[in-house]
Ligand binder design. Structure first.
Ligand code: EPU
Length: 311
C-alpha cells in the first residue's frame, strides 16, 4: 500500500496525484498518472525509485515524453521525471559526461560549439540523454552508441557502470533491461577548423531538410514505426515511404492525422486521444501489411496500455 505521507516526507521535489500526462508528452496526449514525481536532485531521484521498488508499486521513468504515447486513462502507479534531478553535464577535452535528464539537442549544440563532432546532427531532436541511450536514438547517420563510452545505471538500488560491449544494442535499441540510466559518458572527435566549417554546413542543410520533411509545428512523437530491416521487392524502403505509397498521408482518425509532410509521423491536430492514434496505427499496419507483406513495428513506446511494456 502506498503511504502518501511517507512519500511526501521522503521526496523533496514535486509530488502530484493524478497529474495529466498530456502536459508532459510531446504528443500532448495522455491521462492522469497516479503518482507523479519530479525529484529535486540525484539523491532525491534515487530515493523516489527506491520508494516504489521497495513497495512493489509499478513505476516508469520519463524524460521529455517525446517518444511515447500515454493511454487516455493514464498510468497506474508512479511516474518519475529525470528533467530537474539529472541535469549536470561536463565537457573535458574529448570526453563528455551527461546526466539522463539533459536535452540531447542541447548536448549536441554545446559539444559542437566546443569543436567536438559525433552528435552534431542530433541538434533539434527532442528527447533526453537517458531516453536516447536506452533506445540508441539516431538521426542522419549518427547514432548514440557510435560515441557512447559508458553508462551509469541504477539496478536493484545500486549504481553500476555498463560498457557498450556488455549491451546487445542495435537499430533503435540499447539492449537494457530494468536498469535505469542515470548518466552517460561519450567520446567525441576533436574537429579541425576546416572540419567544423564543413560539418556546420551539413548541420544547416539538415535543419532545412527537417523543416521541409517533418511536421514540426504540430504535437507529435517523431517516427511512429521503426524502418523495416529487410528490403521489399529489392528496395530498402523506409516506414514513411511504405505508408506514403499506401496513399495514407492525410488520413485521419478523430484528431490524429498521418502528416502530409512525412508518412511516418502522426500528428495531433488539437484534440487527438490515444485511442485515435491507436486506431490510426492499426489502419496503417493493416494497409502496409496487405500491400507489402511487412508488419511495421512501433518505434514509440506505449505507456498505460494493458500488456504492453514501456521501452
Ligand atoms: N519518404 C517518402 N515519403 C514519406 C516519407 C519519407 O517517400 O512520406 C522517403 C524519403 O524521401 C526518403 C526515405 O523515405 O527517401 C527516408 O525518409 P527520411 O529521410 O525522412 O528518413 P526516415 O527513415 O523516415 C529516419 C529516422 C528519423 C530521422 C531520419 C533522418 C527512423 C524510424 N526514423 O527517418 O528519426 O530523423 O531518419 O535520419 O529510423 C525519430 O526517430 O523519431 C526520427 C524522426
Amino acid at each position: 500500500m502506498l503511504n502518501m505521507q511517507e512519500l511526501l516526507s521522503l521526496v523533496k521535489g514535486r509530488v502530484a496525484i493524478g497529474e495529466e500526462m498530456r502536459e508532459h508528452t510531446s504528443f500532448r496526449i495522455g491521462g492522469p498518472a497516479d503518482f507523479f514525481i519530479e525529484p529535486m536532485d540525484r539523491q532525491d531521484f534515487i530515493r523516489a525509485v527506491g520508494f516504489f521498488t521497495s513497495r512493489r508499486i509499478p513505476f516508469v521513468i520519463l524524460g521529455r515524453g517525446s517518444n511515447i504515447l500515454v493511454h487516455d486513462e493514464g498510468i497506474r502507479g508512479g511516474v518519475i521525471m529525470t528533467g530537474t534531478a539529472l541535469q549536470q553535464f561536463s565537457i573535458k577535452k574529448q570526453q563528455v559526461e551527461a546526466d539522463a535528464g539533459v536535452s540531447v539537442s542541447l548536448l549536441a549544440e554545446k559539444t559542437f560549439s566546443s569543436s567536438l563532432g559525433g552528435i552534431e546532427l542530433l541538434q533539434g531532436i527532442p528527447g533526453t540523454v537517458g531516453g536516447a541511450v536506452r533506445m540508441n536514438a539516431g538521426a542522419w547517420g549518427q547514432e548514440i552508441f557510435q560515441v557512447l563510452s559508458w553508462v551509469e545505471v541504477l539496478r536493484g538500488g545500486r549504481t553500476s557502470v555498463l560498457y557498450p560491449d556488455e549491451l546487445e544494442y542495435g537499430y533503435r535499441q540499447g539492449g537494457f533491461g530494468s536498469e535505469i540510466v542515470l548518466r552517460a559518458g561519450f567520446r567525441l572527435k576533436r574537429l579541425s577548423e576546416r572540419e567544423h566549417a564543413e560539418r556546420s554546413r551539413r548541420v544547416q542543410e539538415i535543419r532545412l531538410q527537417r523543416a521541409r520533411t517533418q511536421p514540426l509545428s504540430f504535437p507529435n512523437a517523431g517516427s511512429v514505426f521503426k524502418n523495416p530491416e529487410r528490403s521489399i521487392g529489392g528496395e530498402s524502403l523506409s516506414a514513411g515511404a511504405l505508408i506514403d505509397r499506401c496513399g495514407l498521408k492525410g488520413y485521419s482518425c478523430g484528431g490524429a492525422l498521418v502528416s502530409e509532410l512525412h508518412g511516418n509521423f502522426i500528428v495531433n491536430t488539437g484534440s487527438a486521444s490515444a485511442a485515435d492514434v491507436m486506431k490510426l496505427v492499426e489502419v496503417i499496419r493493416n494497409r502496409v501489411a496487405e500491400r507489402f507483406g511487412v508488419v511495421l513495428e512501433l518505434e514509440i513506446g506505449l505507456l498505460g496500455f494493458d500488456g504492453v511494456i514501456c521501452r
